[in-house]
Design a protein around this ligand. Structure first.
Ligand code: HEM
Length: 415
């Protein structure tokens, strides 16, 4: 049955089984600026059309990130200050923070990692594929992004499992299986000054301090060393709060999201065997296939902005101080922008998805890296397999923030 506007329900459990594409389609058609009454706090505006999402992201003066770009809860001033990362700033503060880390993620800097990515990918596949039957999330999708990130940050490689576990417990904190602390639980109040109201964010901060102390004494050519030795022309350094939140942002943003583009990519290919055949016959299609995997996967379901002044959009008045939620996943399936959006088309062109944001100052720092990781993984994987199928149902994370799988049993045979 086609949902109506009065059925719109977008809490975590609405995403437990699948993405509610029909709900977003109704909102795009009938109420592109839709007020959502939220049971966990003050309601918010939902922006669901592609063009509007891009326009809001570009207009950071009217739609600010300063009061939180991720949390939908209304944060108190002390929470805003304590939890604020680069993601939660507007220019000019944002521009100066971003400039510290930007160089390491340009297309040229990322291209230099390609050999390393291939080497890591081969080692991961060498371990996983001989098992014949395995969990693709555990054995493959989780592995590559974190191994790359450990090297970029300069944290001990043997800590990768620990970082994965902390990340899962923060990002997947609304899923009862992942062991995090639910942000709506009374116990989370103790951690209200930490990102995600999570004790695991506190753990990541403590861990970051230990790595920072080592690098301060003996800097190396890695990102943590850069953060702890950075100084602007006036001799200003990053504060502890700025270091903590930047470190956590990089660990979380660079890990969970790319895992999910790889996971959704795998599932989409299994569900579309014709795409696998074409990619094997025409490997030159891989770049457009990766863009389609990015659109299709939309690992980040939404980001948030807050209106700084009264503003009108599609005849609806948004008041200063209102929360404005950008449903990226809806933008990526907007039929006004993407013909037949529910068709997985590895040759889709143009494919200007909003998976990494678009047009605004916060465009994903790691977009080139995420795309290269995904491309290398499938380039290395496909020639090694004769057949691949799901060996059981793929299980989703119960979350309205992350479009994610927590397990994906797979059966494979060699070529
Ligand atoms: C498929 C994988 C990825 C997806 C879907 C993704 C998505 C996004 C999105 C939508 C934003 C914009 C947030 C906003 O407008 O408020 C963003 C920002 C960001 N991403 Fe990614 N990301 C991915 C991979 C990565 C990787 C590999 C890194 C690298 C470490 C990374 C680091 C960041 C950072 C640091 C920001 C904040 C940028 C800023 O505030 O200027 N991301 N990401």
């Amino acid at each position: 049955m086609t949902p109506t506007l009065s059925d719109v329900y977008l809490d975590n459990d609405a995403f437990a089984e699948r993405v509610p594409h029909e709900t977003f389609a109704v909102m795009r058609d009938e109420a592109p600026v839709h007020w959502y009454d939220w049971e966990h706090g003050k309601g918010f505006w939902c922006i669901t059309r592609y063009d509007d999402i891009v326009a809001v992201m570009k207009d950071w003066r009217t739609f600010s990130s300063e009061t939180g770009a991720t949390a939908l809860e209304d944060l108190d001033p002390d929470q805003i200050e304590a939890r604020k990362s680069m993601l939660d700033t507007d220019p000019p503060k944002h521009s100066s923070l971003r400039a510290i880390v930007n160089k390491g993620f340009t297309p040229r800097a990322v291209a230099a990692y390609e050999d390393l990515l291939r080497e890591l990918t081969r080692a991961i596949l060498d371990e996983a594929l001989p098992m014949g039957e395995f969990d693709f999330i555990e054995e493959v999708a989780k592995q590559l992004p974190i191994q790359v990130l450990c090297r970029i940050l300069g944290v001990p490689l043997e800590d990768d499992e620990q970082l994965i576990a902390w990340g899962d417990k923060m990002i997947g904190n609304t899923d009862p299986d992942l062991g995090g602390l639910h942000p709506a639980s009374p116990e989370s109040a103790e951690y209200r000054l930490y990102p995600f109201r999570s004790p695991y964010a506190m753990e990541v901060f403590r861990y970051g301090h230990r790595i920072a102390a080592v690098r301060r004494d003996a800097p190396k050519d890695d990102l943590v060393s850069k953060l702890v030795t950075w100084e602007d022309e006036d001799g200003t350094r990053l504060t502890e709060q700025e270091f903590d939140t930047m470190f956590l942002l990089l660990v979380v943003a660079g890990n969970e999201t790319t895992r999910q583009s790889i996971a959704h990519g795998m599932k989409a290919l299994i569900d579309h065997p014709d795409a696998i055949r074409r990619l094997r016959d025409q490997p030159e299609l891989m770049p457009t296939a990766v863009e389609e995997i990015m659109r299709w996967s939309s690992p980040v379901i939404h980001f948030r902005r807050t209106a700084t002044s009264d503003v009108e959009l599609h005849g609806t008045r948004i008041a200063a101080g209102d929360k404005v939620v950008l449903w990226l996943i809806s933008g990526n399936y907007d039929e006004r922008q993407f013909p037949e959006p529910l068709r997985f088309d590895i040759e889709r062109r143009p494919n200007n998805h909003v998976t990494f944001g678009r047009g605004g100052p916060h465009f994903c720092l790691g977009a080139h890296l995420a795309k290269l990781e995904t491309k290398v993984l499938f380039e290395e994987l496909l020639p090694r397999l004769g057949s691949m199928e799901l060996a059981g149902p793929a299980r989703r994370v119960e979350s309205k923030c992350t479009n994610a799988y927590k397990s994906m049993p797979m059966r494979v045979t060699g070529p």
